[in-house]
Design a protein around this ligand. Structure first.
Ligand SMILES: N[C@@H](CCC(=O)N[C@@H](CS)C(=O)NCC(=O)O)C(=O)O
Length: 200
């Protein structure tokens, strides 16, 4: 199979989740590093690839292009057990994918970006972000009290989408409750992240 191409930056959880699923599903892929903080997503060359100026971007060998990390995850996982078979379970999986985009990432991903990557002083950060991130992590903690995975007690695209920025939350000064930490560690093991992310 010819490789797909991913434009990404490993500092971005949205890009990492695509890297994680491609490796887990053993999909050969070519990674083109695109430095966000260095402004590479704002160059005319990159804007010709994605006018929204956002990573990740997936290019198929025939030139077709897909953006939005969770759309890419769903495309790559199509036909695999990572897409839950039961229609209601699949509905729940999508529920968490939308929540990740609309609630989880805008708080947790953004706060980690501002604090850890941009090193913004606290008085220049929107003061509503930290309470929102805390609420999102508390939602996850409550959900995971008696569950191993987010839906149907098995690994799905929902876990992969959510783990990407949750595992980076502590970089942004957001502590993980024990149930969330255990789930992060479980998903990291399932995805083989220790060998994937360790230097060769
Ligand atoms: N909803 C989009 C969000 C993509 C996004 O915000 N990408 C950020 C990195 S995490 C980006 O490329 N920012 C570049 C920029 O703003 O110049 C997704 O899930 O793919």
């Amino acid at each position: 199979m010819t490789d797909i191409t991913i434009y990404g930056d490993t500092y971005s959880g949205h890009c990492e989740k695509v890297q994680f699923i491609a490796a887990y599903l053993k999909k050969p892929c070519r990674w083109i590093h695109t430095d966000i903080v260095g402004g590479k997503t704002r160059t005319p060359e990159f804007l010709a690839i994605n006018p929204a100026g956002e990573l990740p971007v997936m290019l198929l060998p025939d030139g077709r292009k897909l953006v939005q990390s969770n759309a890419i995850l769903l495309f790559l996982a199509d036909g695999t057990p990572l897409i839950l078979a039961d229609p209601f379970d699949r509905g729940l999986m999508h529920q968490w994918l939308f929540w990740e985009q609309l609630t989880h990432n805008p708080a947790i991903g953004m706060l980690r970006f501002l604090r850890f990557l941009l090193k913004k002083p606290e008085d220049q950060i929107d003061p509503t972000l930290a309470p929102k991130a805390e609420r999102a992590l508390a939602t996850m903690d409550a959900h995971l009290q008696n569950r191993t995975y987010f839906v149907a007690e098995r690994l799905s695209v929902a876990d992969i989408a959510l783990v990407a920025y949750t595992r980076l939350a502590e970089q942004g000064g957001m502590p993980l409750a024990p149930a969330v930490r255990r789930w992060v560690q479980r998903v990291e093991v399932d995805l083989g992240l220790e060998s994937l992310l360790s230097p060769p």
